[in-house]
Design a protein around this ligand. Sequence first.
Ligand code: SF4
Length: 466
Amino acid sequence: MTQDTAPLAATDLPEGAAAQRKVFIKTYGCQMNVYDSGRMSDALAADGYVTTEDMDDADLVLLNTCHIREKAAEKVYSALGRLRETKKARAAEGREFMIGVAGCVAQAEGDEIARREPAVDVVIGPQTYHRLPQALRRARTGERVVDTEYALEDKFEHLPDPTKVKGRVRSVTAFLTVQEGCDKFCTFCVVPYTRGSEVSRPLAQIVSEAEKLVADGVREITLLGQNVNAWHGVDGTGQAIGLGELLYRLAEIRGLARLRYTTSHPRDMDDRLIEAHRDLKMLMPYLHLPVQAGSDRILKAMNRRHKASEYIALVERIRAARPDIALSGDFIVGFPGETEADFQATMDLVATVGYAQAYSFKYSTRPGTPGADLPGHVAEEVKVERLARLQELLLKQQQNFSRSLIGREIDLLLEKPGRMPGQLIGRSPWLQSVNVDANDSKIGDIINVRITAAGPNSLFAEVAEG
Ligand code: SF4
């Protein structure tokens, strides 16, 4: 370790400095990482850290990384190179500046990050965030800490009580993790390697945390898991239950107004879960159900283990149970071997299903996944052109869905103040952001509004009479 990248010892800090330390967390990727960033700031809050939105103001920068994007690790190393320069400048001023790498790249690369980038103080995996304060203390003694090892049974043991975190401003919506990891092994995906096998959180823990959140003012809970509908548990009588039954249990919590869950795999949408969509009005009519491609040949190569026709039939069953449900999806174009006919099958599937929201990407190789070794990689310019065509169609569907709401009355959960005086921003049942002038209402209320206009990223509404 060179002098200019050596961490300051704890004794270099003025007395009481721990109480004023600030952490900046840069979050990449999925909702699970957004949730995990919250977990890390909760763990650090107990140690006197406050979060800052300004990296220049921070004493600790954590990169909560995602391995999904192309050359994800390289992008992390280049971000670390920039942070190394900040660290040098801070060292010259005699100020502490620590650097941590968390998330899926940390889990996948581990020691390699510490080896390649000497400015990094801590590398910490998604299952060990509760040990972050200890890791930082160890790092302050000069140790380079790589903490990514965990026992499966520990996975949910150390989540901080979300209602007891100092300094956390509680929103009226909250994520609640119920499941982590994945056993599906889609051939393009690193999650089974970085997050490990599927593990479900016990029912009692979930219900207890949901009750605490509601007592703390939360009105809407989104159950979170990489493969959330693979969640399984046992009820009080020892009977095996799945996510559908869990939703019925949570729906009994007094004061809870809305439930959601994400992200689902089509193969785990069982009858009970579809019944929950039919029976539970508080289960919002919006479902993220990735399909990735519309060609059976490509779905097989992706190891998705279902056909396009089975996905479409599933969507029909869900829509029959809950006619107002809107779907969102994930799509990958240019998977190895994808022909123009395969791509056209994806376009056809999108046209058949109709999506209110979607996330679409060009295929990119993730080292270590089986997809990386498949023959027939698609030329970049072909991927670019196909993605543009797909996104044009998806955007049109999204706009049509938003416009179809104009003139309709909907329930709106008010979440935060808007930019203008008297304006509040709420969330529609379909997860859209809605601006409304609602002087007589407060955050946490669910009010009836009439949609008046649809912008590219949000809707506008007025309070409906009565
Ligand atoms: S279902 Fe497939 S894409 Fe989703 S996390 Fe598991 S392996 Fe990845």
